[in-house]
Design a protein around this ligand. Structure first.
Ligand code: UD1
Length: 462
């Protein structure tokens, strides 16, 4: 099995180009099932999750071609000209590898009147229910059952789609996320189903993450009718009491057919945030290019509190540097207190990466995980490198240490793996990081990008 060997203590310096967003690309790939016309996607990151999604779409009757002459350009066409689908069952073999496979549920159901998707796997950091996906699709008139570990859904409405002759879902009020944490992929599924449903759908407390916004923009681009309404935060039952996050309602007017088009995926904000962590922890200086600064507000704010200097150099470039030279300067960083939350709050996908940096900050840091209360698999591994962390429920108390030492560690999920890369880059001596397949799920050419910045990191077998 592949592992990274990292010799830490090198200050990273140079420029790094951020790839397209994995979490935006996956639901958009799935949404191409909604049309029989050709879709060309650009800025698609080449990583194992997008490869898995490619396999999944191919198994469902799409021809997916990665343009070898133009990296990140993917052409998606129907296999069968008549608009027939090879099958509407997403197999366990593919779905178990990646949770985002569940994104094909809504598109298949609304386009072909039925769908069967195995309950998804993905990063294992505690319970990850799918009740919101199911209740949301039921609100659109679908009959949804769980049979032998599969979600089996069927459109039961009497109305037929004039373009396909198949039964349609019916638009309706979808209040399932009201008063709860809005779910990103459930929003994506319900939205993708609603665009071809009969009549109007109103999704309350829809996710506001930039990746869902990208799906909205893609769907509009291929002919969907969607309007976004932002609610005054004080009128609604808020998940984050006292925090002024506004709530989004999505209104969808169903159409009978969507067309093709060419669309560019947004930059990956979590990859950009990861490189901020790598800069912070190595006392480095990085020009982060091809990023979208406005998606990174909360992350920038917290890293600035940690003592990083972050300057916007152009509309898509950030210059990130620490106040002084090398790791010792991290001792000057102040202790902080952060809670993860739905966008625009600090993202849960950055929690482990922030923790790695906080491990070397002066004083104590308190990190609260509000989205996945047990997403702390990285804690034990960071401790192997010399971190001092106490866990109490969904809070981690990080007691800053002055140095880390290389050790043998293991990635337990994607972002935990990235956090261990960060910590190993700062640790003295050699670290061995196993199970890098988790990291390869979500980072395009991480090794190459880090090497270009001076990191001493190699991939080995064994
Ligand atoms: C997406 C991201 C993941 C990120 C997460 C939160 C993708 C491919 N993955 O995952 O990287 O960490 O958003 O920003 O985009 N929940 C329910 N019932 C459901 C669905 C979710 O209770 O049916 C809960 C979850 O347990 C969690 C919260 O809702 O507490 C948010 O999870 P959700 O937004 O659904 O995460 P994903 O969309 O799976």
């Amino acid at each position: 099995m592949e592992k990274y060997i990292i010799h830490g203590g090198v200050r990273l310096e140079g420029s790094v180009k951020i790839s397209g967003s994995k979490n935006a690309a996956l639901p958009i790939f799935a949404a191409t099932l909604l049309t029989d016309e050709e879709v060309i996607l650009k800025n698609v990151p080449q990583l194992s999750d997008t490869q898995t999604m490619t396999l999944l779409l191919r198994s469902l009757g799409k021809k997916v071609s990665w343009d070898t002459g133009s990296p990140g350009r993917v052409i998606i066409q129907p296999e069968l000209k008549a608009g027939l689908v090879v099958n509407t069952k997403a197999s366990y073999e593919i779905v178990k590898r990646m949770r985002a496979s569940i994104c094909v549920l809504g598109p298949l159901l609304t386009r072909y009147s039925k769908a069967e998707v195995s309950l998804p796997g993905g990063c294992a950091f505690g319970p990850r229910p799918v009740d919101l996906h199911i209740s949301g699709l039921r609100a659109l008139g679908a009959d949804v059952k769980l049979i032998h570990g599969n979600i089996v859904a069927e459109a039961k409405g009497l109305l037929k789609n004039s373009a396909t002759g198949l039964r349609r879902l019916r638009g309706g009020h979808v209040p399932v996320m009201q008063g709860r944490i809005s779910s990103v992929l459930a929003t994506d599924n319900i939205l993708s189903a609603a665009v071809l449903a009969e009549g109007e759908t109103c999704i309350e407390n829809a996710a506001r993450e930039p990746e869902t916004e990208d799906l909205v923009n893609f769907l509009k681009h291929i002919g969907a009718e969607i309007t976004q309404e932002i609610e005054d935060p004080h009128k609604e039952d808020l998940f984050h009491e006292g925090k002024s996050i506004s709530i989004q309602r999505l209104r969808v007017k169903g159409v009978s057919k969507l067309h093709g088009g060419e669309y560019t995926i947004i930059p990956d904000r979590i990859e950009a945030g990861s490189f901020m962590s790598f800069a912070a922890i190595t006392g480095g200086k990085l020009l982060i290019q091809n990023c979208e600064p406005k998606h990174l507000h909360a992350v920038i704010q917290i890293f600035e509190e940690l003592g990083l200097s972050i300057q916007q150099k152009s509309s898509n470039e950030l210059l990130v540097k620490t106040a002084g030279k090398r790791l010792k300067r991290l001792k000057r960083l102040k202790g902080i207190e952060v809670s993860t939350g739905p966008y625009p709050l600090f993202p849960t996908d950055m929690q482990a990466l922030l923790m790695a940096v906080a491990v070397l900050a002066e004083g104590d840091t308190i990190l609260e995980e509000s989205i996945y209360s047990s997403r702390f698999n990285h804690v034990g591994e960071l401790e192997r490198l010399g971190a001092s962390i106490t866990l109490e429920g969904n809070k981690a108390y990080i007691h800053g240490v002055s140095a880390l030492e290389g050790a043998r560690v293991m990635a337990s999920d994607l972002r935990a793996g990235a956090a261990l890369v960060a910590a190993s880059l700062a640790a003295s001596g050699k670290s061995e990081l196993r199970r890098v397949y988790h990291i390869k799920r979500g980072y395009e050419n991480l090794l190459g990008k880090l090497k270009k910045l001076g990191a001493k990191i190699v991939l080995e077998d064994g």
